[in-house]
Each structure stands twice: as C-alpha cells, then as structure tokens.
Write a protein that binds this ligand. Structure first.
Ligand code: AMP
Length: 188
C-alpha cells in the first residue's frame, strides 16, 4: 500500500494526540484531530464553537453530523493524498460508516486502525496531571468521557475488527511510538 490512512483510537488520556504528532513528523502526513478542530472553533467564538462548547465541557460527544462535515472537508484537501492520521475520529459506529463512504468516494485505499490500550486508573492519573488547561480535564468530566468511550466509541472496534491492531500504550513515549509504528507497518 502506498497510502498511510491511519485511524488512531483509544480512550481519553491514552496518548493519541502525542503519538499522532510523532507519526505525523515521521511519515510526513497530517494529523487530523477533531478535538483540536473543535477547540479551535470554541476559542474563536464562532457559531460552531458556541454550539459545541457546553457539550465538550460535559464530556459528551458533539453530534455526528458536525464532526463528519469537519472531517469530510479536511480529508478532501490535497495534503491528505498520501495519507492521514485521524485522531479522535471516528467515535461512533455511525461516524465509522460515513467515513467508509467518504474514503470510498475519494477513491482511497483501506484504512489501518490502531487502538492504544491503557488501564483506567492510569488514564485518569495522566489526564489529571497533563496540565494542558483543557476545560474537560477535571475529575467528573473524565469519568463521563471514559463512560462515553466505553458506551459509544468502543463499539467501533468491532467495525474495524479486520484492520485493528491493539497497541500497549503503557511505557515511555519512545517505546510506545516504536510499538505503534511497527503495528501500523511504518517500520523504524
Ligand atoms: P479529544 O480532544 O479527542 O479528547 O476531544 C475532546 C472533545 O471533543 C470530546 O470529549 C468531544 O466532546 C468532542 N469530540 C472530539 N472528537 C469527536 C468526535 N469524533 N465525535 C464527537 N465528539 C467529538
């Protein structure tokens, strides 16, 4: 395969964002984080931002159609032609189904999917200590985000069963980066 079309999934706090950035530098393909795009919308005070702020602060998912349109538009840009790293999308089976269709319409090759696995207590500790100043990085919201992950996002793992690689997300940043690169076939 010549395209590196990657979905990086896993619970909140698993390290998707940092690992996606590493892969982006390594492979020269863009990281597409719906969370970052939505936080930018909130920071800019746009109509979209005002619409999603409360939902994000509560740790709930924003409506499928909102994120799907962001991703549809982003994937059509020329810098995604040789690949992309989706970080935090899809987060529901509906998003996964629509993504399949978007990629088919764009004539893209199959996706590779990696799920970073980290025990729940470590996720909570990491989020509380990461100090990024995110409005949703507090004890109550974290619990809700973990629940939402289990109930709404984990089912996408069935959708991707054939392409899925589980990656141990505990260890040093470099160790995890190596495991991830090996799992998705980009070598070192
Ligand atoms: P993240 O930075 O990926 O942890 O996302 C932060 C928040 O943005 C999530 O808790 C959701 O409220 C929202 N969000 C990000 N991506 C999605 C998505 N694919 N579907 C629905 N909501 C999302």
């Amino acid at each position: 395969m010549s395209e590196l079309n990657l979905i990086l999934t896993g619970p909140p706090g698993a390290g998707k964002g940092t690992q996606a950035k590493r892969l982006m530098d390594r492979c020269g393909i863009p990281q597409i984080s719906t969370g970052d795009m939505l936080r930018e919308a909130v920071a800019s005070g746009s109509e979209l931002g005002q619409r999603v702020k409360g939902i994000m602060d509560r740790g709930e998912l924003v409506p499928n159609e909102v994120v799907i349109e962001l991703v549809r538009e982003r994937l059509a840009r020329s810098d995604c032609k040789t690949g992309f790293i989706l970080d935090g999308f899809p987060r529901t089976p509906e998003q996964a189904r629509v993504l399949d269709q978007i990629l088919e319409d764009l004539g893209r090759e199959a996706v590779r999917v990696a799920c970073l696995q980290v025990p729940e207590q470590e996720l909570i500790d990491r989020i509380l200590s990461r100090g990024e100043g995110r409005a949703d990085d507090n004890q109550e919201t974290i619990r809700r985000r973990l629940e939402v992950y289990q109930n709404e996002t984990a089912p996408i793992l069935d959708h991707y069963a054939a392409a899925l690689k589980q990656v141990d997300g505990v260890g040093s940043f470099d160790e995890i980066a190596e495991r991830l690169a090996a799992a998705v076939g980009v070598g070192s």
